[in-house]
Design a binder for this molecule. Structure first.
Ligand SMILES: Nc1ncnc2c1ncn2[C@@H]1O[C@H](COP(=O)(O)OP(=O)(O)OP(=O)(O)O)[C@@H](O)[C@H]1O
Ligand SMILES: [Mg+2]
Length: 239
């Protein structure tokens, strides 16, 4: 990868793009639904960036590997885990998301800062106020225009991950966490959603993939209509 200079995010850059994040616990269907939405958008002629957090850049993918698969001596403590997630997001925001939004692309991100609040905050019990300020540092003032929270009972998510796990050689650290942790994460996501009702929309994920896809589309389609009706409008500013 070529080296680029990335300016820090000091203010939300008004841009013609649209930024949608997918959130929810393991097995909720984030990757499945993001893929389905991307397909619909591309069919309609939109330019789409699909990315994920942690990851999405060369640095971020390295961090993802460290944070998800560190065991034994390489095990990551909660505080380091939080900072690694933030580092991955800082890089992804500046290297991929902001330039894509500035170019008018639709950006779909598999997890963004709400996952950090849910997992490292509610799940691991790290300080929520500190995590909020870290979000402002790592993502600047950038925030998704829409966050789709795929919600389902913990047991259903576990079962889906287990089924998928049968085809995969290793479970990562998060998949191996105990049920109480996943319950805190799910409840955490719901509390975050309650605090940001304008941005975060809860979608009932314990339904067929097609039914979930339809619900997601009913949230995204009006945003596209708004965008094409007012092409010179900038993206929504952060609250
Ligand atoms: N609505 C659904 N009904 C039943 N199974 C589903 C549904 N959506 C996805 N799955 C299956 O459940 C598993 C998990 O889905 P997916 O990988 O999309 O979840 P995820 O939220 O991205 O999980 P992770 O956080 O672990 O990446 C996959 O095997 C997928 O095929
Ligand atoms: Mg996934």
């Amino acid at each position: 990868m070529t080296t680029k200079t990335h300016r820090p995010t000091e203010a939300a850059t008004p841009s013609p793009g649209l930024f949608i994040s997918f959130e929810g616990q393991e097995g909720a269907g984030k990757s499945t639904q993001m893929e389905r939405l991307a397909r619909r958008l591309i069919e309609r002629g939109h330019s789409v960036l699909q990315t994920r957090e942690p990851g999405g850049t060369e640095l971020g993918e390295e961090l993802r590997r460290l944070v998800k698969h560190g065991h034994g001596e390489a095990a990551v403590c909660p505080e380091a885990e939080l900072l690694l997630m933030a580092a991955s997001r800082a890089q992804l925001t500046r290297q991929r998301i902001q330039p894509s939004l500035a170019a008018g692309q639709l950006v779909l991100c598999d997890r963004f800062f709400d996952s950090t609040t849910a997992y490292q905050g509610y799940g691991r019990g790290l300080d929520l106020d500190f995590i909020e300020s870290l979000h402002r540092f790592s993502a600047g003032l950038l925030e998704p225009d829409l966050t789709v929270l795929l919600d389902l009972p913990v047991r259903v998510g576990e079962e889906r991950s287990r089924q998928r796990g049968l085809a995969l050689p290793v479970r990562d650290r998060f998949e191996s966490e105990e049920r109480a942790f996943h319950k805190r994460v799910r409840d955490g996501f719901l509390q975050i959603a309650a605090r940001h009702p304008e941005r975060i929309r809860i979608v009932e994920a314990d339904r067929s993939p097609a039914a979930v896809e339809q619900s997601v589309w009913s949230l995204v389609e009006p945003l596209l209509a708004d965008r094409s009706a007012r092409p010179s409008q900038s993206r929504r500013s952060p609250e």
